[in-house]
Design a protein around this ligand. Structure first.
Ligand SMILES: *Cc1c(COP(=O)(O)O)cnc(C)c1O
Length: 403
């Protein structure tokens, strides 16, 4: 049997920005016996979670659930709406945005990647990875595309590699201002159910999401929220698809079933997490993450270390990226913290490797687990010889004491 026995006492601190800590309620719900996926009980479960997911996406349109990681739902969004050789405009806010562009290239699409070029003394090699999507750059590019060759605009809502969110409503306004018919495809794999997200109101055509971040589930399930325009586009899109094809799934989902075997026990977990999130109320869920994030940032500011996100207007409520001083290998700090305090932090991805680490504040957390995370990081930074201006632990405690 697989065992995580290297630290025998207490719970591991899973503070990476996904998979997030899974609530015991969800784990218990998932331990129920697997049922017949064509039987009468299953239809009721399927209908319930499909309706619940519409509330989470804030949409009245169909949501498709795949037994796959988020990457599968990325692929599904592209193959259902586009044709071989189509131009797509993809905005690079970080590593996940660049992986989505790579996926598009492998599918035979022609991604054009936009990113921000500005002087950044802290991270001169990745200034665009410290800021959100600049909607004006998208508008400017679309205005030049008189022939409407660009078929879709792809952006990441919460860039998990950096801790920067983007203003999706502004991207929709930019597309409309340019009077351009491109579809708007958004990755909210880590933003959904933690940061405010409004699929219908923001005019998104496909939103991609996954189970293991804000929904507080284990990995293995992912989502596409659709729009009428996306469904229309899927009728003429020519990229090959079978497993990902919306038509069959959407039709069968009307009765709560799938064309193939869905992951039954993850759906039990989803039903439970929907009860938790919708029971609390989405505005409360979003405010809770904002408050946690502000507490964690207070700690980073007390240490005197730069936050990866350089624009306070778009700080992520889900995770905080911390840049380590020049010459300090962030991965070595992470390794030390894991070894000494059984606490996992997110690594610096792509261009950020070794330069930063990421602290997650999502999933089954509370004020005290986050204070403990900050304590573990603070001890690790000291052990690694990083000079700290002040105590982050005192700062996060003061933040949470205020209410
Ligand atoms: C986690 C994540 C992904 C990748 O999802 P997988 O489930 O690992 O395939 C893509 N984009 C973002 C923004 C993510 O946070």
């Amino acid at each position: 049997m697989f065992t995580t026995n290297s630290h025998p006492t207490g719970r591991h601190f899973l503070q990476i920005p996904g998979p997030s800590p899974v609530p015991d309620r969800v784990l218990r719900a998932m331990s129920l016996p697997t049922i017949d996926h064509r039987g009468p009980e299953f239809g009721a479960l399927g209908r319930q979670v499909l309706l619940g997911m519409r509330e989470i996406f804030q949409t009245k349109q169909p949501v498709v659930i795949y037994p796959a990681s988020g990457t599968g739902a990325w692929e599904a969004a592209l193959v259902n709406t586009l044709s071989p050789g189509d131009d797509v405009l993809m905005y690079e806010t970080g590593h996940f945005a660049s992986l989505w562009a790579q996926l598009a290239r492998r599918l035979g699409l022609k991604p054009e990647v936009l990113t921000l070029q500005v002087d950044d003394p802290v991270l001169p090699n990745a200034p665009g990875w410290r800021r959100g999507v600049q909607a004006d750059l998208i508008e400017e590019r679309l205005r030049k595309d008189d022939a409407h060759r660009i078929k879709a605009v792809c952006v990441v809502h919460n860039e998990t590699s950096t801790g920067v969110t983007s203003d999706i409503a502004a991207v929709r306004r930019a597309i409309d201002a340019a009077r351009h018919p491109a579809l708007l495809l958004v990755d909210s794999i880590s933003g959904l159910a933690s940061a405010d997200y409004r699929h219908d109101e923001w005019g998104v055509d496909v939103t991609v999401s996954g189970s293991q971040k804000g929904l507080m589930l284990p990995p293995g399930m992912s989502f596409n929220a659709l729009s009428p325009r996306a469904l229309e586009a899927s009728k003429t899109a020519r990229l090959p698809r079978s497993f990902w094809a919306w038509d069959e799934i959407v039709e069968m989902n009307k009765t709560g079933y799938w064309p193939y075997t869905p992951n039954t026990n993850l759906l039990y977990g989803l039903s439970e997490s929907l009860d938790m999130l919708l029971g609390e109320g989405l505005p409360q869920v979003f405010a809770r993450h904002q408050r946690w994030a502000a507490g964690v940032r207070a700690a980073v500011e007390a240490w005197g270390l730069p936050i990866q996100c350089a624009d306070p207007a778009v700080y992520s409520p889900i995770l905080t990226g911390v840049i380590t001083p020049e010459g300090v290998d962030a991965d070595e700090v992470r390794r030390l913290i894991h070894e000494r305090f059984d606490l996992s932090l997110g690594t610096g991805l792509g261009k950020l490797k070794g330069r930063m680490f990421r602290m997650g504040h999502l999933g089954d957390s509370n004020d005290l687990t986050l204070v403990a995370m900050v304590a573990g990081v603070e001890m690790g930074l000291k052990l690694a010889g990083v000079p700290l201006a002040d105590s982050g632990v005192r700062a996060i405690m003061a933040h949470f004491e205020r209410g």
